[in-house]
Design a protein around this ligand. Structure first.
Ligand SMILES: O=C1O[C@H](COP(=O)(O)O)[C@@H](O)[C@H](O)[C@H]1O
Length: 247
């Protein structure tokens, strides 16, 4: 157990519609603050169940996303048109549902490079485009969490990844969840963001939600997410929140 640097804000939602509304409200606040501050909004995306929820929130909010730039908190090391590519999944969803978002607004990894070079080059892109000294500060990171407590591509079976202090993006080999090769943001970058929001749904994750967000059990990588100065938020539905008395 250890303390959080800033208090966790838990936002429960009784239905998917409400969860999408909560996410849209969060995007509105974070984007407005970022645009007022620096005229651009940097967002780190996760894959999995977040993709569809975020698409719905963006549609609901009818945002002007011209000055938004989308990065990937983790990415699978597969061709961009592979069904496992997180970029590919967002591209397909948004081409259909959010045609106003341009492909050039995605800062994507290059899987034609070696895995090590892919991670190193992505770190260079983050430093170049998010900037702010040697440790870039994202305006918002949207994170998911697996039933094993992994977040981004930081897995409980690979605890050494949680000890990384220098690199901001690292290669992952032998990921316990397929595909085996990935790249991922590391804790120094994650914990430097202004806003970090987990979106977790489904009763299958209820016990790990408690272990991570209430017990702060460091066995689970998600429990290491602890923004230094930023706000940590957990958006849960009734299933995922049922063991923390969120609803
Ligand atoms: O493999 C991944 O899994 C996590 C969690 O996904 P979910 O479908 O259980 O929400 C996701 O956040 C991560 O980006 C992805 O690469």
């Amino acid at each position: 157990m250890s303390e959080r640097k800033s208090p966790l804000k838990v936002i429960p939602a009784v239905s998917e519609d409400q969860l999408v509304q909560v996410l849209a409200d969060l995007l509105k606040r974070c984007s407005q603050e970022a645009l007022d501050r620096q005229g651009k909004f940097s967002v780190g995306l996760s894959g999995g169940s977040l993709i569809q929820l975020l698409t719905k929130a963006l549609k609901l909010g009818s945002f002007n996303t011209d000055k938004w730039v989308f990065f990937f908190c983790d990415e699978r090391y597969v061709p961009l048109d592979d069904g496992e590519s997180t970029y590919g999944a967002y591209k397909a969803e948004w081409q259909t549902h959010l045609p106003g978002i341009r492909e050039t607004q995605f800062v994507r990894a290059d899987p034609t490079k070696s895995l090590d070079d892919c991670a190193a080059e992505y770190e260079a892109k983050v430093k170049d485009q998010v900037g702010c000294g040697c440790l870039p500060q994202f305006d918002l990171l949207l994170l998911g969490m697996g039933p094993d407590g992994h977040t981004c591509s930081l897995f409980p079976e690979q605890p050494a990844t949680l000890q990384e202090t220098k690199r901001l993006v690292i290669p992952i080999r032998n990921s316990p969840k397929p595909p085996p090769e990935r790249i991922t943001f590391t804790l120094p970058l994650i914990n430097n963001a202004r806003d970090v929001t987990f979106v977790v749904t489904g009763a299958g994750k209820a016990s790990v939600v408690k272990r991570v967000f209430v017990d702060l059990d460091k066995e689970f990588p998600a429990a290491w997410v602890n923004p230094k100065q930023g706000q940590l938020t957990l958006i849960v539905d009734g299933g995922a929140g049922k063991e923390i008395g969120a609803l």
